[in-house]
Design a protein around this ligand. Structure first.
Ligand SMILES: Cc1cc2nc3c(=O)[nH]c(=O)nc-3n(C[C@H](O)[C@H](O)[C@H](O)COP(=O)(O)O)c2cc1C
Length: 207
């Protein structure tokens, strides 16, 4: 299969954030993946052990180079980010033959931003956020169903379910970006940019 989208330019742009935005947008509009903005998120636990899981990227800000996702702040990833506020994310669109890597320091999204996103979620997702002690032991599936029924009852007369205090967004401020295209016979093309003070330094790398 040939790449249906533009290859990496011969002359790399000085900064990657515009191209990163174009690639994320192409993922959203051209990929047939059910969740084209799903990314693998890697964090470092308090004891230095890496862990990775899929999360949904919900925001890209071209000006700042920030990508954001939402989760339970008391989950394994939340505790890891409290210990080491830095993360690496990987997007892969198999049908577009493209991979994107973004790394950088992480900060919590504001309460306003987290509230606004929580308010847009389906009601069941909102209830599940209240019912779930994400990443902690659960005696049985029935126990979770019981907790879900409990919060459903608790919020039965509430039109706008508030955001749980333990739930919110995280913002990864890209300081390392890699754009990669798949080419025949492992002759892939790959460009990497690293933030240097106020600017960026970019280079092609061997595939
Ligand atoms: C396609 C997909 C999307 C997901 N999106 C999210 C997400 O946006 N936020 C989240 O907390 N978990 C999401 N999950 C679940 C996580 O992969 C993970 O199981 C959960 O967050 C607990 O991870 P942790 O114990 O490492 O904190 C998603 C899973 C899949 C497969």
């Amino acid at each position: 299969m040939t790449t249906p989208l533009p290859a990496l330019p011969d002359t790399l742009p000085a900064e990657p954030l515009t191209l990163l935005g174009e690639w994320l947008e192409a993922g959203r509009t051209h990929s047939t993946a059910p969740d084209p903005w799903v990314m693998s998120l890697a964090t470092i636990d308090a004891d230095g052990r890496p862990s990775a899981r899929m999360v949904l990227c919900r925001l890209y800000e071209r000006e700042s180079g920030v990508i954001a996702f939402y989760t339970n702040r008391e989950s394994r990833k939340g505790l890891a980010l409290a210990a080491h506020p830095v993360a690496a994310a990987v997007f892969h669109w198999a049908d577009l033959e493209r991979q994107v890597r973004v790394e950088g320091p992480v900060t919590e999204s504001s309460a306003e931003e987290s509230d606004a996103y929580f308010a847009r979620r389906q009601r069941l997702s909102q209830l599940a956020a209240w019912a779930s002690d994400q990443s902690r032991p659960l005696a049985s599936r029935a126990e979770f169903e019981r907790r879900l029924a409990e919060v459903t009852e608790r919020f039965a007369d509430v039109e706008s379910i508030p955001r749980p205090p333990h739930w919110g967004g995280y913002r990864i401020a890209a300081d390392h970006v890699e754009l990669w295209t798949q080419l025949a016979g492992r002759t892939h093309d790959r460009a990497v940019w690293t933030r240097t003070g106020e600017g960026w330094s970019g280079t092609r790398q061997h595939p």
